[in-house]
Design a protein around this ligand. Structure first.
Ligand code: FES
Length: 327
């Protein structure tokens, strides 16, 4: 599998912690690799889903104490991935190379993040992008997704930062078909990623009063597949943290944290339903795009003045050297 070093050495969410029952093994997928997650005490392990003995799927095995036991010949592996028991022999010393391939794995923002980098040093989890509202108790937060897209993760991310589609794909939700103009906005690319500021968007009901009005959006793209969004709303602030799991070059999962410090009386279910509706409106459009992979050659598609966000994103990906999910 040809994975560019940028995405291979990046941190990616693979599952929500809430979806990992104790003493279970959860198969997950990342960048075309079949992995498994399991827990021992406070630790979460992300392993290649292959037993080094005869290649059986370890995710079909079981957790026994602090070991994971392969379903084929019963070899048991400790949390470091080292085999500690070969049931066919009473002599207890499994060879050092009887070891499962383990990847760096941490929990952050209620998600399990994995890094497929193979450097000797453990990749620093400091590189996981910041979710700015995470520590602020004034913000109510809830996780939406995962949302499955049969398309490149990069197409899905570009959709997240595209505002001129709102009146057409999200008429009555995020946009109004009678207010379609997009004014100029600021685009800045630096070592921290891409900032998109002062995007003026007409929303049908920004204040919860039923009256339409202009709202200012700001985005920051931290990593190729993680971005945040902020807007002032109803005397407070709405923040989104959107991160995407690249399952395959043309298949991905989107995860969205919503953070808001207003509207405490609005039921969470209503807010979730709104977001679910918006994303489900986006998915068929993204899945319809051809090619499914994002073309980084700027001459491959025709751009409009309002597409500065996408142009900056594609230029940045090309400069970084991202190739997985691109053309
Ligand atoms: Fe796993 Fe033999 S294949 S123990």
């Amino acid at each position: 599998m040809n994975i560019d070093p940028i995405l291979k050495n990046d941190w990616h969410p693979v599952a929500a912690v809430r979806d990992l029952p104790e003493e279970t093994i959860t198969p997950v997928r990342l960048l075309g690799e079949e992995l498994l997650l399991w827990q021992s005490g406070d630790r979460i392990m992300a392993w290649q889903d292959i037993c080094p003995h005869r290649g059986a799927r370890l995710s079909a095995g079981k957790v026994c104490g602090d070991t994971l036991v392969c379903p084929y010949h019963g070899l048991a592996y400790n949390p470091e991935g080292q085999c500690v028991l070969i049931p066919a022999y009473s002599t207890p010393k499994p060879p050092p190379n009887m070891r499962v391939k383990a990847y760096s794995c941490v929990e952050r923002y209620g998600l399990v993040w994995v890094n497929l980098g193979e450097s000797e040093a453990t990749p620093s989890s400091d590189k996981i992008p910041p979710f700015l509202e995470w520590e602020d108790a004034n913000f109510r937060k809830f996780l939406c997704g995962p949302f499955r897209y049969e398309s490149s993760a990069l197409r899905a991310m570009e959709n997240f930062i595209d505002v001129s589609h709102f009146p057409f794909v999200h008429d009555g939700f995020l946009g109004d078909v009678n207010h379609t103009e997009v004014s100029d906005y600021e685009v800045k690319t630096d070592a921290e990623g891409i900032s998109l500021n002062n995007l003026k968007v007409w929303q049908p009901d920004p204040d919860g009063t039923g009256v339409g009005g202009e709202v200012t959006y700001n985005y920051h793209i931290w990593r190729p597949l993680t971005a945040s969004f902020a807007k002032a709303a109803q005397g407070g602030k709405l923040g989104l943290f959107f991160t995407i799991t690249p399952l395959e070059e043309e298949m991905c999962l989107g995860w969205m944290w919503i953070a808001m410090n207003y509207g405490q009386d609005i039921p969470e279910e209503e807010l979730r339903q709104f977001q679910e509706t918006v994303v489900q409106q986006d998915i068929p459009i993204v899945e319809s795009q051809r090619p499914k992979r994002l073309p980084l050659d700027l001459t491959a598609e025709v751009h409009l003045a309002c597409d500065q966000s996408a142009i900056a994103y594609r230029k940045w990906l090309k400069r970084l050297g991202v190739t997985y999910g691109t053309l």
